[in-house]
Design a protein. Structure first.
Length: 367
């Protein structure tokens, strides 16, 4: 099961319309062999429609689905040999764990002895061998989802498709299963396409993330690329938390440009040079803002007053009121906070010129 290196998948201009409503529009995505790709987006953004198009249950109105370069757009789902796990994917309640996992092999008329060996390997993979004779009702939700994973992998699928497989589980269990899913992906070396609306899950699991909004692919890249260099307000806001700063472009310098927000001038390090006088929007992550000690300097220094704060265990989250930039969210690791936050406390905020990245204002949604 761990020998093959997975298959490559490509979506070319995939569009799906339901009457006059466009659920997915012109999506191009290439998934490399053995890659873990996550389709991330809010509810209704077209994630399931796109996954069902890959699976073959939805026929695209336009565009193509390619597997290892071959056009499979018209191939029925049962001929695609893809494994699938869904959020509420019920196991057969009257079958044991082993019988559930054997089901896809029975359907494929695999000889019994071979079935037993495959089932054992798949159950070992998800560490559930000792529960082989139990019924699904005798397992926890997390264990049931692991059985569903074993059942989806037992027949050596070309791709594993996952639609919010962890979203029915509580937070702690979800985190555990995330780790397991990641380890599983490493062990089997297959191509995984996962759907989620949970940005933390997407960041921690994926080799690459494709972000959807209103049926359109708005940006794709590695988790770090998307987090560090979001192209739009939507991406910066959806993947993590962000402050947004707006100002008018002033002078360009060798390393970037300055912007003016009210009477506050900010230094921005960026390759792009927007025209002087134009308005730019910057995304500034809360953890990139520091509370400066007296005398401490930074590329950008802004005075403010602590409006509110909360202790989160690993750190503090502060809201700091500023004159020209509105309320800024600041996250400090608790082990490294220069002083204890307090409401009404005057503070100096500092961040580097590279910390705030120019982003596009979002396009209005297509009708
Ligand atoms: P997501 O999985 O991101 O929540 P979906 O792909 O399920 O989103 O749905 C995207 C949009 O397409 C939604 O507005 C949904 O109502 C619409 N949609 C999905 N399936 C159908 C259908 N069979 N007929 C009409 N509209 C649909
Ligand atoms: Mg969905």
């Amino acid at each position: 099961m761990s020998s093959a290196s997975g298959h490559a998948l490509e979506l070319k201009g995939v569009t799906k319309r339901y009457g006059s409503f466009t659920a997915v529009e012109g999506v191009d995505i290439a998934v490399g062999r053995g890659e873990f790709l996550t389709l991330l987006g809010p509810s209704g953004s077209g994630k399931t429609t796109l996954l069902m198009t890959i699976a073959g249950f939805v026929q695209p109105t336009e565009g193509q689905v390619l597997l290892d370069g071959a056009d499979i757009t018209a191939l029925p789902p049962e001929k695609r040999n893809f494994g699938m796990v869904f959020q509420g994917y019920a196991l057969f309640p009257h079958l044991t764990v082993a019988e559930n996992v054997a089901f896809p092999l029975r359907v494929r008329h695999m000889p019994k002895a071979e079935q037993a060996a495959k089932v054992k390997a798949a159950l070992d993979l998800v560490q559930l061998s000792r529960f082989a004779d139990r019924k699904p009702s005798q397992l926890s939700g997390g264990q049931q989802q692991r059985v569903a994973l074993a059942r989806a992998l037992v027949f050596d699928p070309a791709l594993l498709l996952l639609d919010e497989p962890l979203s029915a589980l509580d937070k702690k269990l979800r985190a555990e299963l995330q780790e397991e899913l990641k380890a599983l992906h490493r062990r089997v070396g297959r191509t995984f396409v996962n759907v989620t609306h949970d940005q933390e899950e997407a960041l921690s699991l994926s080799d690459r993330i494709a972000i959807l909004n209103h049926g359109r692919l708005v940006q794709q890249g590695s988790p770090a690329q998307l987090y560090e260099a979001p192209r739009s307000r939507f991406v910066a806001d959806f993947l993590g938390k962000s402050n947004f700063l707006q100002g008018k472009v002033g002078e360009a310098g060798p390393e970037g440009f300055s912007i003016q927000a009210g009477s506050t001038a900010l230094a921005v390090a960026a390759a792009a040079r927007p025209p002087a006088g134009s308005t730019v929007l910057l995304s500034l992550r809360p953890e990139k803002v520091a509370l400066l000690m007296p005398g401490q300097v930074a590329d950008n220094v802004v005075n403010g007053t602590v409006e509110s704060w909360s202790y989160l265990g690993s750190g503090f989250a502060l809201t700091v009121a500023t004159r020209d930039l509105g309320a800024l969210r600041v996250n400090l690791p608790s082990w490294n906070a220069p002083f204890a936050p307090a409401e009404g406390l005057p503070v100096r905020l500092g961040w580097s010129a590279a910390a705030a990245v120019p982003v596009e204002e979002d396009m209005p949604a297509a009708a």
